[in-house]
Structure formats: C-alpha cells, structure tokens
Design a protein around this ligand. Sequence first.
Ligand code: NAP
Length: 520
Amino acid sequence: MKKLGSLVSGAWVEGKGKPAQLVNPTTEEVLAETSTDGVDMAAAYAFARDRGGPALRALTFKERGALLRKFSRAIHEKRDELIGLGVQNAGNTRSDAKFDVDGASLTLAAYADVAEELGDTKMLVDGDPINLGRSSKLTGQHAYFPLHGVAVHINAFNFPAWGLAEKAAVALLAGVPVISKPATSTALMAHRIMELAHEQQLLPAGALSFLAGATGNLVDQLGGQDVLAFTGSGGTGAMLRGMKNVVEHAVRVNIEADSLNAAILGPDVESGTDTFDLFLKDVVRDVTQKAGQKCTAIRRVFVPRERLEAVREALAERIGEAKVGDPSREDVVVGPVATKKQQADVLAMIERFVQGGCRAIVGGGKPKSPLGVDGDRGFFVAPTLLEASDAASVVHEHEIFGPCTTLIPYESVDALIASVRRGGGGLVASLYSDDKKLVREVVYGIASSHGRLVLGSEKSAGSAIPPGTVMAQLVHGGPGRAGGGEELGGFRGMELYLQRVALQGYGPLVASLVDGARRV
Ligand code: NAP
C-alpha cells in the first residue's frame, strides 16, 4: 500500500494513527493511505516562515519568476504520468485531467511572465507620488512590500494540480512561503507534483511545504503577517474565517466557495445560430467535464420562456447521449464523481431539487450500466438536466456539485436580472446575445454579484473561451455565496500577499526608496 508523506520542515514525514484512504472512484480500489497525525505543525510553520520567507525575499520578482518557470516545465515534463493519476484517483477522463495538469503548468508560466514585467526589484510602486505640501519637498508614495509570514493554502478535491499551482504561483511570486494542503481524497496528483519539486530542488528550502491530510493545529499558528487562502465548501470556509486567532490577529483570509453560476440565453438568439450553438456547447460541457465538479460550472440555465422547448430538446439530446463509465476509456466523456460521499451528496441534492419543484428531463439518479465498469461499482451519477417550476426556490439556494444543471424559464429582462441575483453572489455568469442594448442592461444588472461575466456572441463564437475556464490574467472569485474572495488576475492576486505602505517624507528620499521599481 502506497503511503503518502507530508513535506514539512524541509523533509518528508509520515503521520501516525489511523490513516485516511485514497480510493479509485471507478473501481473503489484503495490506492494509497495518508495521515498527518503527529506532524509538528508549529515547527512546519516556523520553518516556512524563518527559512522559506527570507530565501524568497532575497530574490527579485524576476528571479522568483525563473523558479516558477522551472516549476511549470517540471509539471509539463511529467504531464502523462500526472494525467494518469487524475484518471486513477479523481475519476477524470484524460481530457478532464489534462485540464487540471495543463492548468497548473500554464498558470505557473503565466506568473513567470508577470514576473518578467515586474522586473528585478523586491517591492512595487502603487500610483504616482503625491505632493503633500505647497512645494514638492514633502511627498507621499504608496508602495507594496511582501508580508513576512506564511501562506496556508487549503484546496478542494476537484483540481488537485491546478489548485496547488494557481495559489502557490501568486504567493511565491509575491515573496511569501506556502504550506499547501490538497483535499485528502484526491491528493495523489498534488503529492506527485511535490515529489518532483523536492527531487529537482525547484524552490528554496521552506518555500513550498505540503500536507497530505488534515491541517491539525496549523491554522492556529497564523498571525497578522500570514494568509489563509481556502477553496471548498461555504461551511468550512465560514468556520475557518471565524477561528479565534484568525479574527483576533486579523489574518488575511481569501475564500473561494460555492457558486450557482448562471448561463443566460438572450431573447434575441434564435435556434441554429452560432450564438445559440455556443450557448448549448458551454452548458453541455459544464455538465459533462469533470463530471460537473467545477466551481465555475453552469448550475442555472436561464432561457426566455418562448425558447424553452427548443433549448430543452437540444440539451436533453446532447446530455442524454453523453457516455458515462470508466474514464480511462476513450469513448467515455463522464467519469464518476470523486468520492462515495460526493455521490451520495449529489444524488440527495438532486432529490431535494425534485421535491422542491424541479423535474428531471434527463438522468436524475445513478446511470444504468456505466461503460467498462464491474457491477454496481464506482461513484457514478447520470448526467442530469432538471427544469425548475416558478415555485422552485431551491435552485437559487443550493449547489449540486456534480453532472447536473437546471433550466429556468424567464419572462422579462427585469425578472431575469432579479432571478440571477437570487444566487447570492457567483463566480461567473455567461450571457449569450447579439443585442448590445440587452447585453448592457443585463451586465449593469448583475455585475455587482459576480466575479466574472462572459459575453458570448456571434462575433466571439469561433474563438470563445468557455466560462468554466479560469484564466490567470483575469480575477477568479465572487461576492457573497462564492466566498467574497479574489484570486489570480495577474498582479491583482498578489495584493493578498503584499502590504501596501504609504511612504511619507522628503521627496527625493522617498523617490530613492522606490527607484527602479515597477509601478502597478
Ligand atoms: P470541503 O469539505 O470544505 O473541503 C475543502 C478543503 O478543506 C479540503 O482540503 C478539506 O480537507 C479541507 N477541510 C475540511 N475541513 C477542514 C477543517 N476543519 N480545517 C481545515 N481544512 C479543512 O469542501 P468539498 O466538499 O471537498 O469541496 C467542494 C466544494 O468546494 C463545492 O461546494 C465547490 O463549490 C467548492 N469549490 C469552490 C471553488 C472555487 O474556486 N470557488 C473551487 C472548487 C470547489 P480534507 O479533504 O482533508 O477533508
């Protein structure tokens, strides 16, 4: 039995006590065990802060970027092996796993590019100098310096590779050491990435530590120079945000949580047009890709009442024909969900939606006989299309984190905007329309409750990037239910790890302190 270690205080250690098991969700075979019981979290934290922090801060942005570039290449070189682990441990099809692994290497590379732009300095300048007196003798200048603490990163089960890389890239470039914790159930891929980083000594000692399991009392160590960045369920996020030391020491917290992402078909879009096809493609992809386990997946599909029948028919056909089964088979597009608990949660939530006024158009339970799967094994859920009645408020209150989406008809633009906003804050919404006036009205109506809005139109259809794809250049996060966080977005994501300081004094002296630094 493979035993996963944790990389803390510069060395691999194994925990004691009863281990957690990592399972193949297709065969239910146990793949590995792990425990962090007995790992000295206080020592791990101190090592990261006292060894990793100074080592990173001794480097310029450009030098840190060179480390990220090497890290990106190391992941890319082992792409096939990592994809295999995604198929085995996360129920990913090869295409799903590529999305995760390539997302990791591309995000690291994107931040290596940001580093090139930031240049050979160790701090950044924010805005222009400000005259504080009648003459230019007294100046104020805002500037950014890296925090002298540790970033604890806690990730969700659905993107073990990208989750590790997208958070680590930003913190490391800012100059802050990281302790990263993947979700235990799908940790194999992240664990292998850390083995590569350690074997090849890609980063200074203490710059990137790794916990293959529970965090124990790690979060209790955090103070005012530290960061806690979390991705997962709203409940866990709220608990972490409310921890005594986190509140008392104003630990910086970033939370990426649930989201009832919307896709909106404009009333102007007729069946058979490029815009209509783009809309269908995006919805179907989000039901099938990663078995619907993407934080950005479309959960609510808003359709003008007069187009409901056409959309229902087209989606039912495409979702109904998606092949479910062993994700290592080339003909399969939907693998199992990641764990038995996840399967039970998704099935129970579908049932709750049905009780709450939705009806199943396609799917709605376990699939009959998943391809290439032995008997009743595996944590499969049939790709599901639901349709909400007007009374079904459940669809605006709960996320089904699996291969499922719900059709919601609307009567007017005002009603649409109100209905989308009932989601309580989302990561992304996509709007499909070629009517500029309508696009403006909807964007102004829903912008404040979203982190990202994707505008699909005839002109963009040929080169559109799906709404579920998170880009390193654009912010990822959303208000309210989505956690109120913001990651990535080029330099913007780095602000979480930097202190903005107002330098105030004799103009030439202030100017000499920031001389040569990039203005952001
Ligand atoms: P979860 O139970 O909250 O777990 C998320 C992470 O938190 C895991 O690493 C888990 O570790 C850890 N964790 C759980 N309890 C903890 C505690 N008391 N102290 C410290 N860490 C703790 O979430 P999930 O159900 O696995 O994830 C699915 C949810 O994540 C979905 O609702 C989805 O919407 C959301 N999500 C959001 C985004 C986004 O970017 N906004 C991305 C992906 C997923 P263990 O695995 O060891 O328990």
